[in-house]
Design a binder for this molecule. Structure first.
Ligand code: A2P
Length: 345
């Protein structure tokens, strides 16, 4: 760091999250001295905009790391790339804030949502994990509730946007939707050759599978929500999840049922949420007001609404939580981690 400013690299700069990382560095006025953009050889030479300048994308390689020095790397190039390159950066005492799941459950690696556990960052921990998008928005909204009454159990069903699966997934929903809309709307099933990113057609459909199935019949995404919530909020919280991909471009929605330890009121929950940074409470059903993906897209807050007591069980509450999966769910949270990090390095 020089004069309070950092040299930053975005690795995976051409991807859905990488592009938003560049935008968030600018939107949050992160103190950038020099910005380097890295991707695979496929996009080396391409130019991307940062503030008023255009920056040429360079190829991420071991040679690049040997020859160059930055202070912080924001990485969103996938797990395999991160497993290969994050250790090379950290050997040079360069901090890597990684958006993949490669490091999240490593006990030596902090898994951070800055509103909740910034104290898990440390000067000598060079690899930092950005949690899964669906976990970030859920724990962000539930942390203030957990502070006033310990959460015992969470049951969550997610409705996840396609952008969580990258650029190609966005393009797949777009092309499938156009194909169906331009044809006979009664023929909703597309031929198999129109399906490549997702296991089934995503347009006009809901797919109850995100990532691969595990031995316990849950998907990897569902188990990420379980394990990451425990690591961030409390190991004592029991979590069970069903994750569903829906034909939404941007913004994950979640129906969350929470069992608390105490009898508390809706007013107390509202008060806790209203005090929380970056939480937006939209909960007025008399005016049909509740959070929706189309309103959350492009915004930095986590939105909460439909808060109601679950009449089937004492101390249980329903929440509806929505946020832009590319922003608070990924790029913004990574930049916020970097903001906390530069306070201590
Ligand atoms: P590229 O565009 O050159 O393929 P998304 O999640 O939207 O699919 O984006 C993934 C990002 O990770 C892209 O920027 C992509 O670059 C980058 N990436 C993928 N594989 C590699 C690699 N082996 N080395 C560096 N960057 C990679």
């Amino acid at each position: 760091m020089r004069k309070g400013k950092c040299d930053v690299a975005v690795a995976g700069a051409t991807g859905a999250v990488g592009r938003e990382m560049i935008n968030m560095l600018s939107a949050n006025n992160f103190p950038v001295n020099e910005l380097r953009l890295l991707a695979s050889s496929r996009s080396a030479g391409q130019k991307l905009k940062f503030k008023e300048s255009e920056i040429v994308v360079e190829e991420l390689s071991p040679e690049w790391i040997k020859k160059n020095r930055v202070d912080i790397v924001l990485m969103s190039a996938g797990g395999a790339v991160s497993l290969e390159y994050a250790p090379l950066f950290s050997e040079k005492k360069i901090y890597v804030i990684d958006n993949s799941s490669a490091w999240r459950m490593n006990p030596a690696v902090p898994l951070v949502v800055p509103e909740i556990n910034p104290h898990d960052l440390a000067v000598d921990k060079y690899i930092i994990a950005n949690p899964n998008c669906s976990t970030i928005q859920m724990v962000h909204a539930l942390a203030p509730v957990h502070r006033i009454s310990k959460i015992k159990r969470i049951i969550v069903v997610t409705f996840q946007a396609v952008s969580g699966a990258g650029w190609k997934a966005v393009k797949e929903l777009e092309s499938q939707s156009k194909k169906i809309a331009d044809g006979d709307f009664r023929e909703l099933n597309l031929p198999k050759n129109k399906i490549s990113v997702f296991p089934h057609q995503i347009a006009f459909n809901c797919i109850p599978q995100i990532d691969v199935f595990l031995e316990n019949f849950f998907t990897k995404e569902e188990m990420k929500m379980v394990q990451e919530t425990k690591k961030i909020l409390s190991s004592e919280i029991e979590v069970s999840a069903t994750c569903v991909r829906v034909p939404v471009f941007r913004g994950h929605s979640e129906a969350v049922n929470v069992e608390l330890s105490d009898d508390i009121t809706k007013d107390e929950i509202w008060e806790a949420l209203l005090k929380e940074k970056n939480i937006s409470l939209i909960d007025d059903v008399s005016k049909l007001r509740y959070p929706m993906a189309i309103d959350a897209a492009g915004k930095s807050a986590t939105f909460v609404g439909r808060i109601r007591h679950d009449e089937s069980r004492p101390k249980c509450w329903w929440f509806w939580i929505v946020s832009d999966n590319l922003l608070k769910g990924a790029a913004l949270n990574a930049v916020q981690i970097a903001e906390e990090l530069i306070k201590i390095i």
